[in-house]
Write a protein that binds this ligand. Structure first.
Ligand code: ADE
Length: 279
């Protein structure tokens, strides 16, 4: 997979070079290019924003800068052709390159253009799974009051544009949102996580929050690990984990339980656990 990020703060994306993502870069599973939006400015001040039509506070990012930037990043031409790729922060594995990318399943080869904005559709595990199958994701980081809307209307000829929000709060810019989304997506690419089951059992994978986890020692500060986890009976352990997930989800995210009920995804045993938690 190739990730391109367009931002006025390229150094903000440096955390992408660390840990799991850094390892994916080294192994050739992931290629990350961070583009400085100011490479596409035309004036001595390298201005990227201007006052909003219709008045109001703040500044709006200019279409005359964003348009050419998105053209070049789609085509990997102009300043985008020579951009420095992120290198892993520290070597984790021997560098034997693995093939990157695959064609998109429905034959649409336009990259996805992700626009982080509090006005977007909610980003979720489903979004991350969908994007994990893409060959290219391009992230456009806005600052100030956002980017001139015509940029995205125009970009729809070269990109599949998705405006997405992390949640109902306002960040200063899209950069931190990109770090969050990139991490959620990249860990789902086959070969990135060591242990496949660890994301099969993630929160949200089956519509439930993940239950509690334990490790050694068996007794810590007089608190014991639940007996069932020491039993070696995998069916019993799986059932216990689902029960814990159901109880936790009902307590903190009841709307997720309601959604599973509507989908008919709960069986009699699930319902009895929810009716009488702890029995
Ligand atoms: N940019 C500013 N606020 C945001 C949010 N909540 N989600 C995604 N991008 C943002």
């Amino acid at each position: 997979m190739r990730l391109d990020v367009i931002t006025i703060f390229p150094e903000y994306l440096d955390p992408l070079r660390h840990a799991l993502l850094g390892r994916a870069i080294e192994r050739g599973i992931l290629d990350v290019a961070v583009h400085d939006l100011r490479s596409w400015t035309h004036d001595v001040h390298k201005a990227v924003d201007d006052t909003p039509y219709g008045g109001g506070p703040g500044m709006v990012m200019k279409p005359t800068v964003w348009g050419p930037a998105l053209d070049d990043v789609a085509a990997l031409s102009g300043p985008a052709a020579t951009v420095r790729r992120l290198e892993s922060a520290q070597p984790h594995v021997p560098s034997d390159a693995v093939d990157i990318g695959k064609a998109h399943a429905d034959g649409d080869n336009r990259p996805v253009l992700v626009v982080p904005t509090p006005a977007g559709a909610p980003f979720s595990q489903d979004t991350a799974e969908r994007w994990a199958a893409e060959e290219r994701l391009v992230f456009a980081c806005g600052r100030y009051e956002g980017i001139d809307q015509r940029v995205f209307d125009d970009a729809a000829t070269r990109y599949r544009v998705e405006e997405v929000s992390l949640g109902d709060y306002v960040l200063i810019g899209g950069e931190v949102a990109v770090l969050v989304m990139a991490e959620a997506v990249v860990r789902l690419i086959p070969g990135v996580l060591g242990n496949r089951r660890s994301h099969e059992e993630d929160s949200f994978q089956d519509g439930l929050l993940e239950g509690p986890s334990y490790t050694k020692p068996r007794i810590w500060r007089e608190r014991e690990v639940p007996e069932v986890l020491l039993s070696g009976d995998h069916a019993k352990v799986d059932r216990w984990r689902r029960d814990q997930a159901l109880v936790r989800t009902a307590a903190t995210r009841p709307e997720l339980i309601e959604a599973l009920q509507r989908e008919g995804a709960l069986d009699d045993r699930d319902r009895s656990v929810l009716d009488a938690p702890g029995e």
